[in-house]
Design a protein around this ligand. Sequence first.
Ligand code: NAG
Ligand code: NAG
Ligand code: NAG
Ligand code: NAG
Length: 391
Amino acid sequence: MKASIVVVIICLIVQQTNCEKKCHQKCVCNPKVLTCKGFNQDDIEGDEFANSITTDLERIHITDGDIPELPRNLLGSCADDSSYHLNALKKLDLQNNGIKKINGQTLHCVPNLEELNLANNQWNVSTVHTRTFTNVQNLKKLNLSDALHDEIDSKVHIKHLRLVFLESPFTKLEVLALDNNKFSVYDADTANTMCTFTSLKRLNLAHNIIPSLTFYHKRCLTHLEHLDLSYNSISTFKPYSNHNGLLFSLDQIQKASNLSVNFYGNEFNCDCKMQDFHDWLKRTEVHVFKKNSLICHDGLHFNRSIVSLPSAEFVCLSGDSSSNRSSSSAAVGVLVTMFVLLAIFLSVIAYIKRDTIKHFVTSFKRPSMAKSHLLGNYSSVNNENATDIEV
Ligand SMILES: *[C@@H]1O[C@H](CO)[C@@H](O)[C@H](O)[C@H]1NC(C)=O
Ligand SMILES: *[C@@H]1O[C@H](CO)[C@@H](O)[C@H](O)[C@H]1NC(C)=O
Ligand SMILES: *[C@@H]1O[C@H](CO)[C@@H](O)[C@H](O)[C@H]1NC(C)=O
Ligand SMILES: *[C@@H]1O[C@H](CO)[C@@H](O)[C@H](O)[C@H]1NC(C)=O
């Protein structure tokens, strides 16, 4: 009895702090962990949620809801009250909420956030709000797995994401998950953006549709330990001698870091261009996941393990063109040559048979000239047809 009275008295003294605060009905409130499920837009913007947040929280999970737009000052505003900073908050989990829009000042007041999970959303990355992540400079892990809007072209996503990332000095980021996003491009610009993540250790690009990657080994991703490229659209590789190509770059990174790479689930086209990859697989010190299970997807070596084949087996047969583009350009070349040959042939024939042709042409010309006389109304009196037509 005595203890409960003391509690009540303390509550009266500390009024409207922990004792008076009610936990949102869709949340479970613990001193250091707040877990909310099934939130809608009203829930996230309401006072009840705001009251559920305390500065002691270390983790906040708001998942499996329907929140099209993350409001500004999602976790409260520290602009008016400088004592209000969620300094203890390390992890914010916002996965699976159908989030389409993230406002520029959503992530204020959480200066020590280390882990942000935005997986399984429908984010329409906006260039208006490029400063999305600028207040979370200590972020170590960013999960954007299947986070982007399905109906927007992946090239637009990559461009906009790049702008967002370039605004954010993510020098502490160690883990970046970009898997399951239908990404189709990893070009020099993308590589330069990744370059700004100077501490990056794990990059997950699995389950996209990337056909090839440009890397810059000299300055970039020197701490990379794990690169997941499984289930993409890599069918071939740039030559090893291309120093912006993937294979050469991976070897350079390996010199400073213990690197492992996953290529599983790509549909490799085992022609002469794959010889470099085969040779690289045999000699590289990079740890290649399921190395023996990387197989040829089509052609002569269908379903054969790439490392099991002798290097000399990777050939481009004449007529067996290595890619669609080169085969169609070859076809165009053949057609043009044939037309030129045909033209020469016809000119030669025309020259040899010039007298016959001359005769042929003039014999054609006569009636046609007569006709033009008719149409031109030069009707001669002794031409019967002319009168017929004019009637
Ligand atoms: C994405 O956002 C832009 C404005 O930033 C808007 O014009 C566009 O319609 C949105 N796309 C979708 C699919 O919601
Ligand atoms: C990102 O989140 C998804 C969905 O919860 C999870 O499956 C995946 O393992 C996470 N990725 C990382 C790198 O933590
Ligand atoms: C390098 O990484 C691989 C796989 O990630 C691991 O099996 C191996 O023990 C590591 N080697 C060193 C020297 O750390
Ligand atoms: C490919 O080879 C594996 C065994 O090496 C076999 O189990 C599989 O059925 C083969 N696939 C096809 C499509 O032939």
